[in-house]
Design a protein around this ligand. Structure first.
Ligand code: A3P
Length: 279
């Protein structure tokens, strides 16, 4: 299991998918104001938001946008030279922590979409994902995974550190923060926020069409062609509250304590709506 991970700037990454050289290449990548950069801790709704933005761009421009394959940090360092030649708009996604996002994106004021999810459902989703994904470590039990999750000893590090780091950028103006739970509650409302943020003029009919195309069932149905062998891994349940099926009382309290310590009272912490979704 250990050789599946390596460390870069104190954070663990999957060896099969990225390398130190890739990070060095990424640092020099050209960022554009018109890029869409989707930012997530793993399992918080990356593929869902990628699909949403893809459908939006398709409706607006009537042609395929440039879509990133996997995360921005995956692949060979040459990948950034190719990406630099691709036409705008480029739809990109990353799980790297705030401080590892190439500075160019901040200088260019690229509009970023930060998607949050409650830390308990994120843990459960991550557990199933890591066990079914051959490029990631496997755990014999939920309890063993939980121990690593709560101490941040997982790929991409601690959920709490990750999320707290974004707090300083909340008011930057080029970051829109959405949550998985809000998207589940009222997707058209959240889609409108994305349209307003990126200045996309879409009609109610177009929003409805995108809502249908990005529903869990439509995405799962098509996932064989979009995600191959990993289809069932990426589209598992798509629900809020699944944590109640795995968490013990004690584990629940441990997450409560971490939330209290890191995120309680912060703007991002408030957006997560912890009381509603985690208690
Ligand atoms: P679950 O494991 O709880 O089902 P990511 O894309 O960041 O890896 O996140 C994966 C999680 O998002 C999975 O959660 C997956 O089922 C869920 N998901 C993916 N597409 C979705 C959709 N269209 N609607 C709701 N949830 C979705």
């Amino acid at each position: 299991t250990e050789e599946l991970k390596f460390s870069y700037k104190g954070i663990q990454y999957p060896t099969v998918l990225c390398s130190k050289e890739t990070f060095q290449g990424m640092e020099k990548m050209e960022a554009r104001e018109e890029d869409v950069l989707i930012i997530t801790y793993p399992k918080c709704g990356t593929n869902w938001s990628l699909q949403i933005v893809h459908e939006m761009m398709l409706e607006v421009h009537k042609k395929e946008p440039t879509m990133i394959k996997g995360m921005l940090e995956f692949g060979k360092p040459e990948k950034y030279e190719f990406l630099n030649q691709e036409p705008s708009p480029r739809v990109l996604a990353t799980h790297v922590p705030c401080e590892t996002i190439p500075k160019n994106f901040f200088e260019k004021k690229t509009k970023m979409l930060l998607i949050l999810r409650n830390p308990k459902d994120t843990a459960v989703s991550y557990y199933h994902f890591t066990n079914k994904n051959p490029t990631l470590p496997t755990y014999d039990s939920w309890d063993l995974f939980f121990k690593d999750y709560i101490t941040g000893n997982v790929i991409y590090g601690s959920f709490f550190d990750y999320t707290l780091q974004w707090e300083k950028h909340v008011d930057d103006g080029n970051i829109l923060v959405l949550t998985f739970e809000d998207m589940k509650e009222d997707l058209p409302r959240e889609l409108r926020k994305i349209c307003d943020f990126y200045g996309l003029a879409l009609t109610d009919e177009q929003i409805k069409l995108i809502q249908e195309k990005t529903s869990f069932s439509s995405m799962k149905e098509k996932s064989g062609s979009t995600h191959g062998d990993l289809a069932n891994v990426f589209f598992r349940k798509g629900e809020v509250g699944d944590w109640k099926n795995l968490f013990t009382e004690e584990q629940s309290k441990e997450v409560d304590a971490q939330f209290e310590k890191y995120l309680a009272g912060t703007k991002l912490g408030n957006m997560i709506n912890y009381k509603k979704y985690c208690t």
